[in-house]
Design a protein. Structure first.
Length: 96
């Protein structure tokens, strides 16, 4: 079987791309929201926040726990290395 007809031979495959669309929906909504930012720097800040949130989700980190951790630690970060340790890929949070 070739191309779009592969799903006919496997009952686990669906003929749509809903899973892919649902996975990117939050970032698309964020992109639309940035269109209404008051300034370019505001749009930049919003984009950064959306990116960090989506990365935390992709890393399997609880969003509330991660944001709480981030807001507690970020005031003490003073170097690029300090900020890098706060990125979702570098954070291990204890399970509640």
């Amino acid at each position: 079987m070739h191309g779009g007809h592969r799903y006919l031979g496997d009952g686990h495959i669906t003929p749509d791309n809903n899973a892919a669309e649902n996975a990117i929906r939050p970032s698309v909504v964020g992109r639309k929201n940035r269109l209404f930012a008051v300034s370019p720097s505001g749009a930049d800040a919003a984009g950064t926040i959306y990116s960090v949130i989506e990365t935390a989700k992709a890393c399997g980190i609880g969003l509330y726990e991660y944001l709480r951790f981030l807001f507690e630690k970020i005031p003490y970060a003073s170097s690029e290395a300090d900020y890098a340790t706060l990125l979702p890929k570098n954070v291990v949070l204890a399970s509640p």
